[in-house]
Design a protein around this ligand. Structure first.
Ligand code: HPA
Ligand code: ZN
Length: 337
């Protein structure tokens, strides 16, 4: 009989791949709909939850964007971030680099200021209340035009003090990173860090293109990079972090079951892989839930879990606060399972 997997719930960890809109729980969606006088096309949170049976990235994104309609005011965005922080504090998260999708809101008439100030209101006091340091990463929608991405970045300039970096998300297949090179160059000029989703549904070539054309410092997902051994060698040599999202990959059918997930091969290859929740409300688990599920399905032991936690802080954008990074790493080393 195999022994119980190590308990990673309180293992200190950083979450580096988290879409704040993907933390919208069914019950919260109903509460916000009521507050804003919106009628959702579902009879109950339970019925909504039953729709979380996705066949691919596209089928998820359809519901993800539709449900955002309940997010209208600064208070809504603040409440959303607040709920995420509260959940994450129970999941051992000590540092969170949080994605948001401004175009999914501005296209509905919600201003980027409403989004950023609302999120910022909750994040401003996150450390005192939850012991979680935070960063915000503004994502461009790759299935909209590079011109729209450039306009979005320009509209964010008054809020740059709240923003650490830019990312690229939404439907990947058929939407390579290259066309976004000019907006990424502008982001770098503005002092922003750069990441991009690549190799989730798109090919390994998109991972290389994100590095070469966009100058990204981390790859979000990167799972399909494994299809190209030369690219894997490059990612290892250049210490490019991958923000892997195991439960997301299963729910969007990138892998058949969690037991088939290539996370152990990634670690064995020497890749700087991290474990993250992506859109935890939709994919069945927050940060520690992903660690625990991987420990169970993949037989990860204490040292692999500790390595993943160390990687999360090493891959984080804490370069502006190395003292804090060192403190978090020491917490990981001192943790007893
Ligand atoms: N992939 C791409 N875009 C996204 C995702 C994802 O998993 N979640 C939210 N936007
Ligand atoms: Zn994602």
């Amino acid at each position: 009989m195999s022994s119980a997997p190590p308990d990673a719930r309180h293992l200190p960890k950083a979450e580096l791949h988290l879409h704040i809109e993907g933390t919208l729980e069914p019950g919260t969606a109903f509460a916000l709909a009521e507050r804003n006088g919106i009628t959702l096309p579902y009879s109950s949170p339970e019925e909504l939850h039953r729709r979380y049976d996705f066949t691919d990235l596209g089928s998820f994104l359809e519901l993800y964007y539709a449900l955002m309609d309940v997010l209208r005011t600064e208070q809504d965005f603040s409440d959303l971030a607040e709920a995420y922080l509260e959940r994450s504090a129970e999941q051992g998260v000590r540092h969170a680099e949080i994605f948001f999708d401004p175009q999914a809101h501005t296209s509905r008439g919600v201003s980027i200021g409403t989004v950023i100030e609302g999120l910022g209101r909750a994040l401003d006091t996150s450390e005192e209340r939850y012991g979680i340091s935070t960063r915000l990463i503004l994502c461009f929608l790759r299935d909209s035009s590079p011109a729209e991405a450039a306009e979005t970045l320009a509209s964010a300039e008054p809020y740059l003090h709240r923003i650490t970096g830019v990312g690229l998300d939404s439907a990947e297949a058929g939407h390579p990173p290259g066309p976004f090179r000019d907006v990424y160059r502008r982001a770098a000029e503005l002092g922003l860090r750069r990441v991009a989703h690549a190799g989730e549904e798109g090919p390994a070539a998109y991972v290389a293109e994100a590095l070469d054309e966009l100058g990204v410092e981390r790859i979000d997902h990167g799972r399909r990079a494994l299809e190209d051994p030369a690219l894997v060698r490059r990612l290892v040599e250049e210490r490019v972090p991958l923000t892997v999202c195991p439960l997301s990959n299963v729910r969007l059918r990138g892998v058949d079951t969690l037991a088939d997930h290539p996370l152990p091969q990634m670690l064995d290859a020497g890749l700087l892989a991290t474990v993250n929740s992506d859109d935890p409300s939709y994919f069945g688990g927050y940060a520690a839930d992903n660690f625990t599920a991987c420990a169970e399905a993949l037989g990860l032991g204490e040292e692999q879990l500790r390595l993943l936690a160390r990687n999360s802080f090493l891959a984080s954008f804490l370069d502006d606060d190395e003292e804090r990074r060192a403190r978090y790493l020491a917490e990981v080393d001192a943790f007893r399972f």
